[in-house]
Ligand binder design. Sequence first.
Ligand code: HEM
Ligand code: HEM
Length: 206
Amino acid sequence: MNIQNDRRGLVKSLHYISGVTLSVFIAFHLLNHLFALDGPEKHIQIMDQFRLVYRHPVVETLLLLVVLFQIVTGIRLIYKRDAQTIAEKIQVYSGLYLSFFLIAHIGAVLSGRYIEHLDTNFYFAAAGLNYYPATFIFIPYYFLAVASISLHVSAIHYLKTGSKGTAVGIAVIGIVASFIIILAFTDSFKWLDMPLPYEQFIRVLI
Ligand code: HEM
Ligand code: HEM
């Protein structure tokens, strides 16, 4: 029992350390998406700057390994966790959605880059959001991703500090940011036209 507890404690600590590391990327990544409020060109300009860091082969390899590690350790923690309280349940369900999303999202980005030979910039994500019927899948898909990461962090904060006000604040800020990203990527549901290769890509897909 003690050995099992020790091992669980170790997995939890490792999930924590890699989670904090990954959060640095996620913060910049979501900030990048918020710049889409100023139009696609601004989003691409900021992404070009951020790519200088996270597209460096060493950084990118580490980033992708950390994502994989986060999913594997997270699923192990769920498997051994008997979630009782609402906060614990939110942590588990947000984690489950993040596992699905990260596998789908990174799979899409890598296949977009290496199989479709597309520049996986603003238009790559926006294509799914702006064409019917794909938009019905991609709006909840991206909205829930940003909402889930906020809910995951919010639940952690609550379970560690017991502070309900701050935890609710984190969740609300994240959910509002998620909605703003969807507005920015769809020109507030007035819809955007994509360069032809991106439109063709999404029309073939869905
Ligand atoms: C995507 C980025 C993720 C980040 C930044 C993140 C971060 C964290 C952090 C910092 C903790 C707190 C650990 C502690 O209490 O010391 C935690 C807990 C937890 N995470 Fe994640 N996580 C992520 C993804 C996932 C995924 C994909 C899953 C599940 C498949 C998951 C499942 C869990 C569970 C079950 C706990 C509770 C552990 C426990 O207290 O028993 N997480 N996460
Ligand atoms: C929880 C939220 C999210 C996480 C954890 C996440 C994570 C990641 C990761 C790890 C990469 C791979 C970076 C690389 O190796 O080049 C990536 C790429 C990308 N993501 Fe996300 N993402 C999230 C949300 C979003 C959202 C909401 C959008 C757009 C609406 C988006 C659009 C993109 C695009 C376009 C790329 C390609 C970047 C490039 O080619 O430089 N992501 N994301």
